[in-house]
Design a protein around this ligand. Structure first.
Ligand code: GDG
Length: 483
C-alpha cells in the first residue's frame, strides 16, 4: 500500500474533472471532513483508480481556499483552487452561461464575454499543470467535460508522453450553432490534444468531426481524425460515441430494500392514492423541458382527459446554478406555472402537481421511481439523461412506463420507451395519455427490453470501453469487465 503523501509524478491513472467526487464539510470543532458524493462516474472509476495508483484532480466546491492533496477511500485527491471571481467567470460564466446554452442548441441565449474566456483559459491551464505534475511517465489522463476542453492540448504540449482521453458529457452542437463561438478554433484544437475524444451520441461525434473539417480542413476517416503536427507527422485522434450509463445493479439493490418499497407505498398514500403517479426528476434547468411537461399536463386536466383524482404529477426540481440569471428566471416561470395549475385544478383532497424544489438522498429518489407509474423525461436537449436509465434500473417489477424525449441521448438506446418530441405539445399529451392507459402486458414487454439494455450497458462497461479504446486493446487494470 502507498502512504497518503502526495508525490509528484507518481500516478499512472488520472481523472480530471471540474468537481472532485468529494464534498467538503466542517465538523463542529472546525475540523475538515470529506464526504463522498456518490455519482456514477466515481462508482465506475473507483475500482480502476484503486488498482492503478489513481488520482483525481478537481475543485473542492469551496472558493478562495487551498487544500493539500489527501487520500479518500483509496483514491488520491488533488484539489485545484478557484478564487471567487474565477468561479464567477470560468464556472458560472463561460462554462454555464456560454458553453452550456450554446452546446444545448441555444435554447437560452449564450453570453459571450472576453473576460470569461480569459478566466476559462487561466483555469484550464491550472488543471493541466496539476495533471502534468502528478502524472507518471506514460500515464493515462482522462479529462471530463465541457469545463475543461483546453486541458488536452495544454497537457500534450507539456507532457507528450501521456495518453490523453476526453469525454464530453453534454451534446456537441451542429456547426451552424457551434460556429457562433468566438473562440471556436481554440476550443477545437484544445480537444484535439486528446488521443480519444468521447461523446454521448454518434450525432455529437459527427458534429465535432464536421466542425474540425470546416474550421481546419483536416481529413477524417470514419471515427479517425488526422491531425497534422508541426513536424508534418500525422497524429490520429479517435472521435466517437461512448454512451454513458449508471450503476444499474446498485440502483436495483436499493430498490429491492423492503424499507424503500415501504416508502414508495407511503408516497402513494400521502398523495391521496391516485390511480396514476407521473414523475419528473430534473435539475432545475431550461434544457430539461419542465415547462413543456407542465403545459401538457395542465391541458390534459383542463380538457378533462385526466383528472386530479386519477393522476398526480410529482415534479422534483433540484436546485441548480442559482447564481446564473437565466436559472433564476426559469425558476420563477416554473413556480408561477405550478401555482396557477394547482390553483386551477387541485382540490382539497387531491393536488394536481406536487412540486419539490429540493435535493433528496438517493434512497428517496429510488422510492419515487418505484412509486411512479409514468416517468416523464421531456428534455429539449440532453447529452444522455441518467434519470431515464435510473428509472428503468429500479423497476425490477417489470412495470412502469418511460416517456422519453428524442432529444435526450438516452433515446438512441432506449427505443422501447414512448418516444416524444416535447416541442409538439399535442403529441406529448397523446403520449402521456398512451402511457397512462397502456395495458399491463405491453408495459411489461417494453420494460423488460429496456432493462436488458440498461443492465447490459452499465457504467462499468462504459468506462472499460472508453479506457480500452484509449490504451489500445490491452486491459488497463484488473477488475475491469470486458467490454
Ligand atoms: C449531465 C448531462 C448526462 C437529480 N436530482 C437529485 C439527484 N439527481 C441525480 C439524478 C441523476 C443526476 O442527478 C442527473 O443526471 P442527468 O443525466 O439526468 O442530468 P445532468 O445533471 O444534466 O448531467 C446529462 C450526464 O451529465 C452524465 O453524462 O447524462 O445529459 O446533462 O443521477 O438521479 N440525485 C439525488 N437527489 C436529487 O435531488 N440523490
Amino acid at each position: 500500500t502507498r502512504d497518503d503523501l502526495y508525490v509528484d509524478g507518481a500516478y499512472d491513472m488520472i481523472v480530471v474533472s471540474n468537481r472532485l467526487p468529494v464534498d467538503y464539510q466542517e465538523s463542529p470543532d472546525g475540523e475538515t471532513l470529506w464526504r463522498s458524493s456518490p455519482g456514477g462516474l466515481v462508482t465506475a472509476l473507483e475500482p480502476v483508480m484503486r488498482a492503478a495508483d489513481g488520482a483525481w484532480i478537481g475543485w473542492t466546491g469551496v472558493a478562495d481556499r487551498e487544500f493539500d492533496p489527501f487520500e479518500h477511500d483509496g483514491i488520491s485527491i488533488i484539489p485545484v483552487p478557484l478564487s471567487a471571481p474565477e468561479l464567477e467567470e470560468y464556472y458560472e460564466g463561460f462554462s454555464n452561461d456560454t458553453l452550456w446554452p450554446l452546446y444545448h442548441d441555444v435554447i437560452a441565449p449564450p453570453s459571450f464575454h472576453r473576460e470569461w474566456w480569459d478566466a476559462y483559459v487561466r483555469v484550464n491551464r491550472r488543471f493541466a499543470e496539476a495533471a502534468a505534475r502528478a502524472a507518471s511517465p506514460g500515464a493515462v489522463v482522462w479529462v471530463q467535460d465541457y469545463q475543461l476542453q483546453l486541458v488536452p492540448k495544454m497537457l500534450r504540449e507539456s507532457r507528450p508522453d501521456l495518453v490523453i482521453g476526453f469525454f464530453n458529457h453534454i451534446p456537441f452542437p451542429a456547426y451552424g450553432i457551434y460556429s457562433q463561438l468566438p473562440w471556436r478554433r481554440q476550443v477545437l484544437s484544445g480537444l484535439l490534444g486528446a488521443d480519444v475524444i468521447g461523446f454521448q451520441r454518434a450525432a455529437d461525434a459527427g458534429n465535432f468531426s464536421r466542425a474540425v473539417r470546416r474550421l481546419f480542413g483536416y481529413t477524417t476517416r470514419g471515427t479517425l481524425i488526422e491531425v497534422p503536427g508541426d513536424d508534418g507527422e500525422i497524429r490520429r485522434v479517435v472521435a466517437r460515441h461512448f454512451p454513458i450509463s449508471i450503476d444499474a445493479a446498485g440502483f436495483e439493490e436499493i430498490a429491492r430494500r423492503p424499507e424503500v418499497q415501504a416508502r414508495a407505498r407511503e408516497i402513494r398514500s400521502s398523495l391521496g392514492d391516485p390511480e396514476v403517479i407521473m414523475l419528473g426528476v430534473d435539475r432545475l434547468d431550461y434544457t430539461k423541458g419542465i415547462r413543456h411537461r407542465l403545459k401538457a399536463f395542465g391541458e390534459l386536466l383542463r380538457d378533462d382527459r385526466l383528472s386530479v383524482e386519477r393522476a398526480t404529477l410529482v415534479q422534483v426540481a433540484s436546485p441548480s446554478r442559482e447564481r446564473v440569471e437565466t436559472y433564476r428566471q426559469l425558476r420563477d416561470e416554473i413556480e408561477l406555472m405550478v401555482g396557477r395549475l394547482n390553483g386551477d385544478h387541485s382540490t382539497l383532497g387531491h393536488q394536481a402537481i406536487a412540486y419539490l424544489h429540493h435535493g433528496y438522498p438517493r434512497e428517496e429518489m429510488v422510492a419515487l421511481y418505484l412509486a411512479a407509474d409514468v416517468m416523464l423525461v421531456t428534455a429539449l436537449r440532453d447529452g444522455m439523461n441518467l434519470v431515464a436509465k435510473e428509472y428503468v434500473a429500479c423497476r425490477f417489477d417489470q412495470d412502469g412506463v418511460l416517456v422519453l424525449s428524442e432529444f435526450a441521448g438516452a433515446s438512441d438506446e432506449l427505443r422501447q420507451a414512448v418516444l416524444v418530441n416535447p416541442h409538439d405539445i399535442e403529441g406529448l399529451k397523446d403520449a402521456m395519455v398512451e402511457a397512462v392507459e397502456m395495458p399491463q402486458r405491453e408495459r411489461t414487454r417494453r420494460m423488460r427490453a429496456l432493462r436488458r439494455r440498461v443492465n447490459d450497458n452499465d457504467v462499468a462497461r462504459w468506462s472499460a470501453t472508453f479506457l480500452k479504446t484509449l490504451t489500445g486493446a490491452g486491459i488497463i487494470a484488473p477488475g475491469v469487465p470486458d467490454a
